[in-house]
Ligand binder design. Structure first.
Ligand SMILES: NC(=O)c1ccc[n+]([C@@H]2O[C@H](COP(=O)([O-])OP(=O)(O)OC[C@H]3O[C@@H](n4cnc5c(N)ncnc54)[C@H](OP(=O)(O)O)[C@@H]3O)[C@@H](O)[C@H]2O)c1
Length: 299
């Protein structure tokens, strides 16, 4: 009697303790087992991937998959490169990359804003607290969709360097601005069409005073579900709620539901794909846009 092949997900992350968030999601997406490896670096990734690809033979490869995570985008991307270089046909296993949930979270945030505004091309997007992984990926996605971006930070020097790097990387317009005080925020956010708050969990980035000082007609959206949320009067489940007269907001769980759906679809895809597949923020964006029916009836 043939033995049933099990679908195995190898979770390689630079963090010392792999996140239960992604492990739980992988089981919910149908993997029979999730095998986490923490503190992975480029050298150990090569050795792990070789053992993963050779042990089950060419026919077994499609029953194994990789999830690459980590504290920061650069180190996760280095592991992705090391893993990709270690594989060759027919010893290839599908993989997805989502360091600290930043790819799927930023994709959901940006796609929700894109849907609400009917597109981001030509829009000014401000991202207070945008120096973390979610903000950085959101900036790159907004540029990809044709927007101009201002990233806000408490420190000007670091955010200016980051903005220069992202402008060079994306070929678009990314500026850095100090947003340490309410006065700073009002002056930099006044001209924005969209404000995406991606600050640390439990930190209110936009106060009542800032919101009330801004011209109406803007959209605000947040990813911080930990009280206090990132934007005054914006609860996690709110979806296009008026937070102050003339300004509508999308809360962290309204974004989070889409993030969940996108991540599950990515995990299911690498579990079931018959051919070698690599999924990152670009494929995640396509999934989110299809789910929100952005760009026509692609759903
Ligand atoms: N909804 C979801 O499914 C989901 C999934 C993943 C993450 N998230 C949320 O997404 C948000 C961003 O995540 P992340 O990992 O990118 O964030 P992060 O790296 O923890 O923080 C982002 C930025 O917040 C700023 N910051 C830190 N402490 C601050 C303070 N006391 N006051 C003002 N600003 C402060 C810092 O910028 P400066 O030092 O440059 O000022 C930091 O770079 C978090 O709220 C997280 O909970 C949501």
């Amino acid at each position: 009697m043939a033995i049933e092949r099990k679908h195995l997900l190898y979770f390689l992350t630079t963090e010392s303790q792999p996140s239960p968030f992604d492990i739980n999601m992988a089981y919910d997406a149908g993997f029979h087992a999730v095998i986490p490896y923490g503190s992975v670096n480029e050298e150990s990734a090569v050795l792990l991937v070789q053992d993963i690809i050779f042990s089950r033979g060419p026919k077994g490869a499609k029953f194994s998959a990789l999830f690459i995570g980590g504290n920061d985008i650069e180190s996760a991307e280095r592991i992705r490169q090391a893993a990709a270089k270690s594989m060759f046909p027919p010893f290839q296993v599908s993989m997805m990359i989502d360091p600290k949930g930043s790819y799927t979270t930023a994709v959901a945030l940006v796609a929700k804003a894109e849907k609400a505004l009917g597109g981001l091309c030509g829009k000014q997007v401000a991202i207070p607290g945008g120096t973390g992984p979610v903000g950085i990926v959101a900036s790159m996605l907004c540029v990809k969709l044709g927007a101009e971006v201002i990233i806000g930070s408490r420190q000007l020097s670091g955010v200016q360097q980051l903005a220069e790097r992202l402008s060079a990387q994306t070929g678009g317009s990314v500026k850095g601005a100090a947003m340490a005080t309410d006065e700073d925020k009002i002056s930099h956010l006044r001209g924005a069409d969209v404000i995406l708050t991606t600050g640390k969990a439990g930190i209110q980035m936009i106060s009542e005073g800032v919101l009330k000082a801004l011209p109406s007609g803007k959209l605000v959206a947040d990813v911080n579900a930990v009280p206090p949320t990132g934007i005054f009067n914006l609860a996690p489940n709110d979806d296009m709620k008026e937070v102050v007269p003339g300004i509508k907001g999308i809360g962290a769980l309204a974004v989070g539901v889409l993030k969940y759906d996108v991540e599950i679809e990515m995990l299911e895809t690498i579990r079931t794909s018959e051919k070698f597949t690599v999924l990152d923020q670009n494929q995640a964006l396509e999934i989110a846009q299809r789910r929100l029916s952005i760009g026509g009836s692609r759903a």
